[in-house]
Design a protein around this ligand. Structure first.
Ligand code: 5GP
Ligand code: ZN
Length: 116
């Protein structure tokens, strides 16, 4: 745990989060500023800033994130309709929270939301 990290604090309950799913390796919460009707954040429990930091033997974290995303979209009922998975990395990638996470955007046609 990084004691200055907002997602680590949400994980341990120091800051409230709207949890959709949790397992041994990940948790999924609703984004506090949703950009689509469904906007989830899939977050590994371990504090890692970026994919580039992961050694090859740690890549199971990535599989765990996709597994959690799969469960979360099933819970949200958007499996068939489709959705978008996004991972912002670093400053030019637009990453604001320095704890690896994957956005799940859906619940409408994203183009209609101006999301390309
Ligand atoms: P990034 O820009 O780092 O890829 O995405 C960070 C996301 O975290 C943003 O979409 C932002 O709205 C969300 N966020 C920031 N602080 C909080 C918070 O305290 N709670 C929740 N649920 N989401 C947050
Ligand atoms: Zn963290």
């Amino acid at each position: 745990m990084d004691t200055n990290c907002i997602f680590c604090k949400i994980n341990v309950g120091e800051i409230p989060g709207d949890f959709v799913y949790r397992d041994d390796d990940t948790f999924v919460i609703r984004d506090i500023v949703p950009k689509a009707p469904v906007h989830l954040l899939v977050i590994p429990t371990v504090h890692v800033e970026r994919v580039a930091e992961l050694a090859s033997e740690e890549m199971s974290i990535i599989a765990a994130m996709f597994r959690a995303a799969k469960e979360a979209v099933r819970i949200e009922g958007i499996v068939e309709r489709g959705y978008r998975l996004i991972v912002n990395q670093g400053e030019e990638g637009g990453q604001e929270v320095p704890h690896l996470h994957m956005h799940v955007l859906g619940g409408t046609h994203l183009r209609a939301m101006g999301l390309g």
